[in-house]
Design a protein around this ligand. Structure first.
Ligand SMILES: C[C@](O)(C(=O)O)[C@H](CC(=O)O)C(=O)O
Length: 287
């Protein structure tokens, strides 16, 4: 089922954040119907750095291709600001679409952007962002590749301005709207009431971020169509890495950690090594 069709279903779509082939594979294996390639998660894992617009377009494109190669489910890609002006947006959309993106999310921050849940953001004018959205729509080769418009305006211009921007982005043709960092349930309800009738809406659950935590059932009841948990996997993995390395350095062995790890065979089973070897054999690799 295409992402566009799935988003019309009454059940909210839960897209876990991923950042490489392994995380996407495990998410899909766990039942995720779509995955979200999070720019923040890519910055956290690949560079051990913050989400401040330091990751380049080609680096994201490489991650899209690696994920596309590993999973069948739709891949929603965080394209930050589109990495520049309308012409950069067109190159980004073409590159990500070719790499296998099913949806491309663009935001109205200035370049370099920063995580939507950090303070100190600045925005491009509404007219510049609507131009970028139109550029994105013109650049895609298939209408099945969705263009998601995100506004970071709540923290900069206030909630009413954020709604006005979202309306303008829908007018420009965005397939889905994302009002970043909604502050409370009231803003969540109003965003859905005002924008929901125009366009599918997504919501972002950042653990410890500016939007109050809610589960998928609550967000569905509020009227959202898609929820992302973009950085949750990295927050879980970072904790595990900390405990794992501390244990190894303390004990000089992984034995005390064994119950929390895959062994050699377990990891190979997870990533499908036996099946892949069998495929090689079927082409004569075993001779
Ligand atoms: C959605 C987001 O753009 C991302 O990069 O995944 C981030 C999430 C995060 O920083 O955890 C965001 O700006 O909300």
């Amino acid at each position: 089922m295409s992402l566009k069709t799935r988003l019309r279903a009454p059940e909210i779509l839960v897209a876990p954040g991923v950042y490489d082939g392994l995380s996407a594979h495990v998410a899909a294996q766990s039942g995720a119907e779509a995955v979200y390639l999070s720019g923040a998660s890519l910055a956290y894992t690949r560079f051990g750095g913050p989400d401040l617009g330091l990751v380049g377009m080609s680096e994201v494109a490489e991650a899209v291709a690696a994920i596309r190669d590993r999973v069948e489910v739709p891949v929603i890609v965080d394209a930050d600001t589109g990495f520049g002006n309308a012409l950069n947006v067109q190159r980004t959309v073409r590159t990500f679409e070719r790499a296998g993106a099913n949806a491309i999310q663009l935001e109205d921050q200035t370049l370099p952007k920063r995580c939507g849940h950090l303070d100190g953001k600045t925005l491009v004018p509404t007219g510049e962002m609507t131009g970028k959205i139109r550029a994105a729509l013109d650049a895609r080769t298939s209408e099945e590749t969705l263009i998601i418009a995100r506004t970071d305006a709540i923290a900069v211009e206030g909630f009413e301005a954020a709604l006005a921007r979202a309306h303008a982005y829908a007018e420009a043709g965005a397939d889905m709207l994302f009002v970043e960092a909604l502050r409370d349930q009231d803003q969540m309800r109003r965003a859905v009431a005002e924008l929901g009738p125009r366009c599918p809406l997504m919501v972002n659950m950042v653990e410890g971020g500016k939007t109050p935590a809610a589960d998928a059932a609550e967000l569905q009841a509020l009227g959202f169509d898609l929820v992302i948990f973009p950085g949750g996997a990295v927050r879980a993995i970072a904790r595990t890495l900390q405990e794992y390395y501390a244990s190894l350095m303390t004990h000089g062995t992984n034995a005390p950690f064994a119950a929390r790890m895959f062994d050699f065979k377990g990891l190979n089973a997870l990533i499908g090594t036996p099946e892949i070897l069998a495929r090689g054999d079927s082409y004569g690799d075993d001779q």
